[in-house]
Design a protein around this ligand. Structure first.
Ligand code: PBG
Ligand code: ZN
Length: 329
């Protein structure tokens, strides 16, 4: 039997009432579209692990972006893919003037004056061994050299015109080092630093590693990315990166880690919290939709609403092109 206090349905019967029950909705400016940029200028290479996504040559980026910008695309995140195999111990191609990332930044800044151009900062796609930093002879990470190199890469992206740099490497102390570098070089007032703070060692990155050709050739990333069950380490990383000067905190992957998003929101109530709906999440939803076991649009919009409920204000997602059609604002 219903009693006065048991009635909830009356509060959300009408669609307008339902919007009153939710936090302010995410709009198109809250979406960041990850794009893979190949070092082959005219490439448009399908990525079998990420249906509908391609490795684009800089000369063809317009084909991808003209229609999306027209629909309200506000922000992209660039991932360089050096397909020619010129990888080395220090990831030279990450920020080579002729490399895909610097070329893409310069092109996008000049072609789309209003587009927010951001870059993932890491070495794994550019090193021979596929790890995210520079290694000691024994195969462990040289945190000191890695941080110096990643800072140099971030500064070169800033120099080329990036509005935001987002280090995904997980070295200790890299946020402070990059922030200091931005300050020393006179970029601190115009370059946003988003930290992949709570980045877990996840199987959900599988499709991405095929896309970016960035799998480690030996071992795994468990000594620098966080153990999936480690809430304490995630909270410490979030607090540390905030203190080191991160302008925003990211949690990654998305759906299985919403409690961490809530932690981030509570630990950093005054900073935007970003969530990365990673390649494996994209693949799961995409294939479920293809198989007819779930409706794609409904499930993607649901995931977005849940990111927002958990506390995220920025969402990095491969579904951005679809969302630009599905969202009204
Ligand atoms: C590079 C990087 C990865 C992702 C973003 N930046 C892969 C990894 O850490 O192995 C994953 C993105 C995705 O799965 O969509 N460090
Ligand atoms: Zn990496």
């Amino acid at each position: 039997m219903s009693t006065i206090s048991s009635i909830l349905h009356s509060g959300y019967h009408h669609p307008v009432q339902r919007t009153w029950q939710c936090q302010p909705s995410l709009t198109k400016t809250g979406l960041i579209y990850p794009i893979f940029v190949s070092d082959i200028d005219h490439a448009k290479e399908a990525i079998s692990s990420l249906p509908g996504q391609y490795r684009w040559g800089v000369r063809r980026l317009q084909e991808l972006l003209d229609p999306l910008v027209a629909k309200g695309l506000a922000s992209v995140m660039i991932f360089g893919v050096p397909t020619n195999g010129n990888k080395d111990a220090v990831g030279t191609l990450a920020d080579h003037p002729e490399g895909p990332v610097i070329q893409a930044i310069q092109f996008l800044r000049q072609k789309y004056p209003d587009l927010h151009v951001s870059c993932d900062v890491c070495l794994c796609a550019y090193t021979v061994h596929g790890h995210c930093g520079i290694l000691h002879d024994d195969g462990t990470l040289n945190n000191h050299q890695s941080t110096a190199r990643l800072t140099e890469v971030a500064l070169n992206y800033a120099r080329a015109g990036a509005h935001m740099v987002a280090p995904s490497d997980m070295m200790d102390g890299r946020i402070g080092a990059i922030k200091q570098g931005l300050l020393d070089e006179g970029f601190a007032h115009r370059v946003f630093l988003m930290s992949y703070s709570a980045k877990f060692a996840s199987a959900f990155y599988g499709p991405f590693r095929e896309a970016a050709q960035s799998s480690p050739t030996f071992g795994d990333r468990k000594c620098y990315q966080l153990p999936p069950g480690a809430r304490g380490l995630a909270r410490r990383a979030i607090l540390r990166d905030m203190q080191e000067g991160a302008d925003a905190i990211m949690v990654k992957p998305g759906m299985p880690y919403l409690d961490i998003v809530r932690d981030a929101k509570e630990l950093c109530p005054d900073r935007p919290i970003a969530i990365y709906q990673v390649s494996g999440e994209f693949a799961m939803l995409y294939h479920a939709g293809e198989q007819g076991v779930m409706d794609l649009k409904t499930s993607v919009l649901e995931s977005l609403a849940c990111f927002q409920r958990a506390g995220a204000t920025v969402v990095i997602t491969y579904f951005t092109p679809e969302l630009l059609d599905w969202m009204e604002h």
